[in-house]
Design a protein around this ligand. Sequence first.
Ligand code: IVH
Length: 665
Amino acid sequence: MKDIKKYMQELEEKIRYHQYLYYVKNTPEISDFEFDKLFSELIELEKRYPEYASINSPTKVVGSDLSNEFEKFTHKIPVLSLENTYSTPETLEWAKKIGLNQKFSVEWKIDGASLVLYYEKGDLIKGVSRGTGGVGDDITENVRTIRGLPLVLSKKITLSVRGEVYMTFADFEEFNSEYGGRFANPRNLASGSLKQKQSSQVARRPLRLFCYDAYVEDKEFQVNTYEEIINLLKELRFPVSEDIEFVNGKNLENTIEKFRNKKDHLSFPTDGLVIKLNDLKLREELGATSHSPRWARALKFEALMKESKIIDIQVTTGRTGKVTPRAEIEPIQLAGTIVRYATLHNQDYINELGIGIGAIVKVAKRGEIIPAVEEVISPPQMIYKIPENCISCGTKLVRQEEFVDYFCPNENCPARILARLIFFCQKKQMDIEGLGEKQIQTFYNLGYIKNIPDIYKLYQHKEEIQKLEGFGEKSVQIILNGIEKSKSKSLKTLLPSLGFPEIGHKVTEILIDNGYDSIEKIIELVQSPNAKELLLSIYGLGEKTVSSIIQTFKEEKNLNLIQELQELGLNFTYQTSNVNLPKIFEGETWCVTGSFVNFQPRDKAMDLVVLFGGKKVSSVSKNTTHLLLGEGAGSKLEKAKQLGVIIVNEQEFVSRLPENFKEYL
Ligand code: IVH
């Protein structure tokens, strides 16, 4: 009996190997006939000895006719999406910010359906759709039927793998013609297939998979670069695209070009490229927004571009004084909206492309939001030149050396004030209902709102406003209610809305997270003699931001503004929602070094410190009380030892946390 079990296991392994050669490597070593023989033999044996059939046996890929309802599955780590760019220069701009001396990968963006595979000790446990990114559908039974997907790995490794399920053009044509051309494109068919209720139906569809990311939990398989992730995936026999190139940032442009030249000769659908930073430690430092990582960009082929003609060029002065030229174009329909204006960025850009009134240009939607002129098709008679003086206040524009832009240096420039007011009321900031660009402009022209505090005194002009054209009693009440409501917004929104240089949402959040959760605390901090040192020790604050914070909260006029707004009833404090959580780390200041099993990126551990009442700092100093020590610790350990800082390993740290700490990650 033992021999039969062993024999069946060997047979399974043999079949898996030949499936890998056939579906992944495209180099079969045996004929289809021989393969079918092995397969039938295993089916027979499993019928006779069902107790020996493993859950991930290759025979399970034919699927079942039972209708499966998909259960929801919460992803172990958020399944992030990618931010789009639409042109090589735009992608390079992003890469430049990271550093062109870094290594990047370039690969196809496969146009299919996103999938996450969870393996435990080498066994496929779950296949889950991306869903919302946080929660997906458990489509394991359907996923099992995908050819080339390893159900059992050659190593007993615990990991999650991301990939894209797709269909080749040839398979799509063949399958679609059988169904009378019912399906629109391979992507729809691939993603529709994964949602089939009967896995036996899915098994009939020629689905394939490319894997492009892995998150390894086992320490012994730790990886440091994306290249190592890809090699590990290959070693574990996952299907991985053959076209993943790792290049130095300086060669990115050439590599992208090379891919572009190949894009029309592929056997599977793509909608662009994905460029990723290779170094995983750096990735962790860069982090992610709530929906996409800062260390990767998609470069979409379908640059949402259309031709139009420049009718006029105007400049606008923004709240920081930055002067931005924009082209008024003959209206075009672009990605669902009518575009009438396109940004020209700055004078260098205008010169480089040769832009002027009368030019026929290509306009693209960059990064989804702001349309920009990308190319000149027919040149203008004259290249446009930005005026020497601010069009709003007449002040001579200045160009600081490190900037490509011109600035109006006049703090009291009407255009700057107006832009500041508009910014303050915007949705992303104080979100004052009814007080849009048009209304603010009207009230500004009438002298009702000349600065931010005036917004909160607008009720004094209620009667006059009601008499204005376009303002009824009702609409005025909406505005006044909106203004009143905004008073309840906390410091978290209010501070970034004031538009102080460098003090945006992220920086405000960092200050709050580190205990500076009221304006008094921030001002007190700035006034302390070691303000700079204290601020610099906060994780996420750099030199430039720190000096801006110090300057801002020392300046008389800013302090007066804050005081006036406080008197008008605005809320300069932040009531944390974690008041009921235990203050485990109260009075402690933590720093972190190395990497961790439970906390990836390691910032997550520091977030818990803050959540449970402690402070986090980015470097070890005499103010640091604890150092959280992970694998591969850096120089911080030495410094901590010298200063007598308490050193805590991951296990000890976890033991101080509440049992359900994972819920807070
Ligand atoms: S990487 C955190 N690489 O594109 C980064 N994504 O628009 C994860 N996609 O949700 C994505 N091919 O479903 C990556 N080679 C590739 C890809 C790829 C296709 C999909 C993926 C993602 C979507 C973003």
